[in-house]
Design a protein around this ligand. Structure first.
Ligand SMILES: [Zn+2]
Length: 114
């Protein structure tokens, strides 16, 4: 009985993970990280272009920009140095990319992944 519950849960995790329409492999974080255009991501395995719906991509980029500006203003306000600023912005950027990546992979952000 317990095994069935675990199996069902596992099956659910697999089905909510979106994969490349061409090679059926899930998108990688590196693919999202290295994409110049957040609405066009290239599959790491087969180089197929994964198209993200424009509106969520634009909203995600705008949110990232606003959060970065808030971070810059806050760090500047407290008079921290440039190295703290750089570390904070890189950390924030990675965090946002990770959130974006997870949203795409789970299908929360619509794309041509299936
Ligand atoms: Zn692929």
């Amino acid at each position: 009985m317990t095994k069935t519950a675990i199996e069902t849960g596992y099956q659910r995790v697999i089905t909510i993970m979106k994969s490349c329409p061409n090679c059926q492999k899930p998108p990688t974080f590196i693919a999202v990280l290295s994409a110049l255009n957040p609405a066009r991501i290239r599959c790491t395995y087969c180089k197929q272009t994964i198209i993200i719906k424009t509106l969520p991509a634009v909203l995600a980029t705008a949110t990232a920009l606003i959060l970065s500006l808030i971070a810059i203003a806050t760090i500047d306000h407290f008079g921290y140095g440039m190295s703290i600023m750089a570390i904070a912005l890189i950390s924030l950027g990675l965090l946002l990319e990770a959130a974006y990546f997870l949203a795409i992979r789970s299908g929360r952000i619509a794309s041509n992944l299936h």
